[in-house]
Design a protein around this ligand. Structure first.
Ligand SMILES: Nc1ncnc2c1ncn2[C@@H]1O[C@H](COP(=O)(O)OP(=O)(O)OP(=O)(O)O)[C@@H](O)[C@H]1O
Ligand SMILES: [Mg+2]
Length: 246
């Protein structure tokens, strides 16, 4: 029997992906990543180590300088290849101002569902439900650009969840949120039945929401054997992150 044939396909697969911004230094250096259904991965790494760049490559917003990207088992290279990818993978941008563009909150959250072909009424219902789920009932008619930083981040998350994606790529979702709101996001992510990759500098947050923590450094993702999650405390990417034991 050929076991290879029954192996699960990765949802996202990057092979030897390198990336250099025009005129810049090399940000990604032959990165390999296999991401499967049910995976909940945390991604850490110093500022400027290429975490956001990696997400943008997965979504087709940037094209690798070399290497290949497969999403849902299909090579993803052209704009057309990425249409279905963007319908099934919801990305929370690091900067909410890159995510939000409609005048009012409800229009922004309903935009995704409308784009997916829902009727106006359905889209509005989904948008209202999603806002309620995130504790944002009453925000429907607020002017998006006048929201506070934390409010913008939550509304951004609502725009992503409203599309009912299969996979989430979350770029620092708790950045700028107060403790209570952070706890709320933590419990939502802990309960959610979705596969996700979440970028964060908050080790405790990653520890409670993910199964595996990867560390990015020098253009590489350190995976197998480089990070262990210790049951009682923290992740140890080669001991690179200062940590304390109880
Ligand atoms: N449009 C761009 N043009 C040139 N260089 C860029 C561009 N965008 C990002 N960079 C550079 O690429 C490197 C990686 O950036 P990236 O945003 O992926 O890092 P990051 O790991 O997400 O960092 P942070 O933790 O600060 O969000 C940085 O050195 C950054 O200055
Ligand atoms: Mg970033």
């Amino acid at each position: 029997m050929n076991f290879k044939m029954t192996e699960k396909q990765p949802l996202i697969s990057l092979k030897n992906v390198s990336f250099v911004y025009p005129g810049g230094r090399q940000v990604l250096d032959a990165v390999n990543l296999e991401f499967f259904t049910g995976n909940r991965i945390g991604l850490m790494g110093p500022n400027g180590s290429g975490k956001t760049t990696l997400f943008h490559i997965i979504m087709g917003l940037l094209e690798p300088s070399s290497g290949s990207v497969k999403v849902f088992g299909k090579p993803a290279k052209t704009e057309k290849d990425f249409f279905p990818v963007r319908q099934k993978i919801g990305m929370l941008f690091q900067d909410p101002d890159d995510q939000l563009f409609s005048p009012t909150v409800i229009e922004d959250v309903a935009f995704g569902p409308l784009n997916l072909g829902k009727s106006r009424k359905e889209a509005m219902d989904i948008a209202r439900r999603t806002l309620g789920f995130l504790g944002l009932s009453g925000f429907e008619d607020r002017i998006t650009y006048r929201l506070s930083g934390g409010e913008k981040r939550l509304v951004s998350l609502a725009t992503v969840l409203a599309m009912e994606p299969e996979v989430l790529l979350l770029d620092e979702p708790t950045n700028g949120l107060d403790e209570a709101t952070k706890e709320n996001i933590k419990s939502i992510l802990s309960d959610i039945k979705l596969s996700f990759i979440v970028i964060s500098h908050d080790l405790d947050f990653l520890y409670s929401t993910t199964d595996t923590i990867y560390f990015m450094k020098d253009g590489k993702i350190m995976t197998d054997g480089t990070v262990e999650i210790h049951e009682h405390v923290h992740a140890h990417p080669h001991g690179a992150i200062p940590h304390e034991h109880d």
